[in-house]
Design a protein. Structure first.
Length: 133
């Protein structure tokens, strides 16, 4: 898992971004913003990027109902069977984000991120401030 421990919110664009405090050439990052009823998510690691658009109410509801479990990587997923965001919560409050694209029955592509408990708390606060539509 790639740890993301820095959370920033751009008040001009409404984009929340999570990055690593460790300087690395691959610059892992997850960015989100509201687009109507959807959350536009960009997850990148170096030149690789996965873009997802799950329904915002589904993301909020799933995050509210996650139960901590250190035994499983992710316990919930939102999206479709071919393109989804796996979510998991650890007992220390850290949040696992696993954006995944499934090619077919023979394989898939995913990135594995861990938001620290502090970064996960910023995400929850940001989601509470998203205007209702």
């Amino acid at each position: 898992l790639q740890t993301l421990d820095v959370a920033t919110i751009d008040s001009a664009t409404g984009i929340i971004s999570f990055t690593s405090g460790d300087e690395t050439a691959l610059r892992p990052a997850v960015s989100m913003r509201q687009e109507g009823e959807y959350a536009a998510i960009s997850a990148s690691f170096g030149a690789l990027e996965i873009a997802l658009r799950p329904r915002l109410p589904e993301l909020i509801r799933t995050l509210r109902h996650l139960q901590p479990n250190d035994g499983l990587s992710t316990t919930r997923q939102i999206g479709s069977g071919n393109c989804f965001l796996g979510l998991g919560l650890r007992t220390d409050g850290a949040l696992i984000l696993r954006p995944t694209i499934v090619g077919d029955a023979t394989g898939y592509f995913c990135l594995n991120f861990l938001l620290t408990s502090e970064a996960a708390a910023v995400l929850r606060t940001w989601l509470q401030e998203v205007p209702a539509r």
